[in-house]
Write a protein that binds this ligand. Structure first.
Ligand code: ADP
Ligand code: MG
Length: 173
């Protein structure tokens, strides 16, 4: 059976970009937990948090993770998915988990150069590079704990995909 492949990592590490291309390379489906959450609730992250608090948001995030989990599927996860121990365990048990790892200044650069960057406000209102550094320091051990493999996400997407395929002993379809 083809196990689901979970991509984890901070915003901007390439979960969507690499995930879509990886799914094409393998002939797998592609799902995104944030996208699923928004479609199933018809609300934005900000709206859910305002109405149900972070606890409510996190519970719904876990539901989305379970809902999109299926064989032969590449799954891009929300940046905070690894915060809950039960999510980390679920992903490790259900499939293979890849951490797309890159330094905070690279992630900040990528987010800042996106045209829709203004629509992705930082969590704290501080400069994005500063905030990214804090987030990575807080979460690096969780990404490491959840992941079967850490892949260098600073490389071109095709190289990132090659490293993922090699680490999982998979070949392009
Ligand atoms: P995520 O889904 O993890 O938040 P995205 O896939 O949306 O990240 O990528 C964020 C930005 O970085 C996009 O503009 C994307 O084009 C760019 N990007 C993603 N991966 C790479 C890469 N390996 N090299 C260069 N730019 C990348
Ligand atoms: Mg994404």
């Amino acid at each position: 059976m083809s196990l689901p492949i979970y991509l984890i990592g901070a915003r901007g590490c390439g979960k969507t970009t690499v995930g879509e291309a990886l799914s094409r390379a393998l002939g797998y489906a592609f799902r995104d937990t944030d996208h699923h959450l928004q479609l199933s609730t018809q609300r934005s992250v900000a709206q859910i948090v305002a109405q149900e608090g972070w606890e409510g948001f996190r519970a719904r995030e876990t539901e989305s993770l379970k809902a999109v989990t299926a064989p032969a599927t590449v799954i891009a996860t929300g940046g905070g998915m690894v915060l809950a121990e039960h999510n980390r365990r679920f992903m490790r048990e259900q499939g293979r988990v890849i951490w797309l790892s890159a330094p905070s200044h690279i992630l900040a650069q990528r987010l800042e150069s996106q045209p829709e960057a203004a629509q992705r406000p930082t969590l704290t209102g501080r400069p994005i590079a500063e905030e990214m550094g804090d987030i990575l320091r807080e979460r690096a051990h969780l990404y490491r704990d959840a992941a079967h493999h850490e892949v260098n996400a600073m490389q071109a997407p095709d190289r990132v995909i090659d490293d993922i395929l090699q680490s999982l002993s998979l070949a392009r379809a």
